[in-house]
Design a protein around this ligand. Structure first.
Ligand code: NAD
Ligand code: ZN
Length: 255
């Protein structure tokens, strides 16, 4: 079949699945933001090989690791200042606005779902956000632009002016305990859904990937739209290996 015909067929298949769902739980990963110019971790041009994550243990124990982490924050914020939501984010926002989905569960820290128009309260950020920062010891919040400016001026890891603790962005690092509330909210959203739609995740990061995995074990329909195969493809009722923006956008236009 010519590639365009198979893309149209896949859009129709996805449209049918979306149209027959009563309530959709949308679960997104870094792959939904690559079309906005933000690299993912494990995709073909991902950061995994060039910039291994700074773990929470490293951040706590090494000033060198903290400086590396803040340098990455500076680069990420420069990138985000130039990035806008793409068709994938806009379609997810349209699915939420249409009432087919109540919320979006995201592993992303980039805030692009909110930039596409979804209310903060309808975006469950299970890995936190890079748009906020706070003291790890006393919890005092810090405005990110000021903190980035402080780092740029001193080139040392910013510390809390109340207690001297380390300031960190509100992202959940590898090795850091996940906050309970977003995971509970995500579990509740999945429990209420009859269809879980995964968009752009390698489904290799746990416990995040346990959310769609458990949904499939409970007999819910699992649909995975990801450029590459994932370990959960065998549990899914529909797997589509394509770019998100066009396929999801075309499917939504048909529904
Ligand atoms: P991942 O990098 O492990 O996987 C992304 C997947 O998306 C890959 O399998 C890739 O093939 C696929 N993909 C890339 N572009 C695509 C496109 N246009 N259409 C369809 N598929 C596409 O990402 P993950 O599963 O979210 O886990 C990585 C962790 O890193 C998460 O915790 C996430 O928070 C964090 N992260 C976030 C961002 C962000 O906020 N934008 C970016 C990088 C990493
Ligand atoms: Zn403090």
């Amino acid at each position: 079949m010519p590639p365009n015909d198979s893309a149209a067929l896949e859009a129709r298949l996805l449209a049918d699945v979306l149209a027959t769902a009563n309530r959709i739980a949308i679960f997104t990963g870094a792959g939904i933001s690559t079309e906005s110019g933000i690299p993912d971790f494990r995709g073909p041009s991902g950061l995994w090989n060039t910039a291994k994550p700074v773990t929470f243990q490293d951040f706590n124990s090494s000033e060198e690791a903290r400086i590396e982490s803040w340098e990455r924050n500076v680069r990420l914020h420069d990138m985000l200042a130039r990035s806008t939501p793409n068709r994938g984010h806009r379609t997810v926002a349209a699915l939420v606005a249409s009432g087919r989905a109540d919320c979006v569960i995201t592993q992303n820290i980039d805030g692009l779902h909110q930039a596409a128009g979804i209310e903060d309260g309808q975006v469950i950020e299970i890995h936190g956000t890079c748009r906020k920062a706070s003291c790890l010891d006393c919890g005092k919040p810090y405005a990110l632009p000021d903190t980035l400016a402080r780092f740029a001026a001193t080139r040392s890891a910013p510390r809390c002016d109340e207690c001297g603790g380390l300031i960190k962005t509100a992202t959940i690092s590898f090795g850091q305990t996940m906050p309970a509330l977003p995971m509970q909210q995500a579990q509740a959203a999945i429990a209420a859904a009859d269809l879980v739609l995964v968009l752009g995740s390698s489904l290799r990061v746990y416990p995040a990937a346990s959310l769609p995995e458990q949904a499939a074990r409970q007999g819910k329909r699992l649909v995975i739209l990801n450029a590459e195969p994932t370990p959960l493809d065998g549990m899914a009722s529909l797997v589509l290996h394509r770019g998100i923006g066009q396929l999801l956008g075309d499917a939504f236009d048909i529904v």
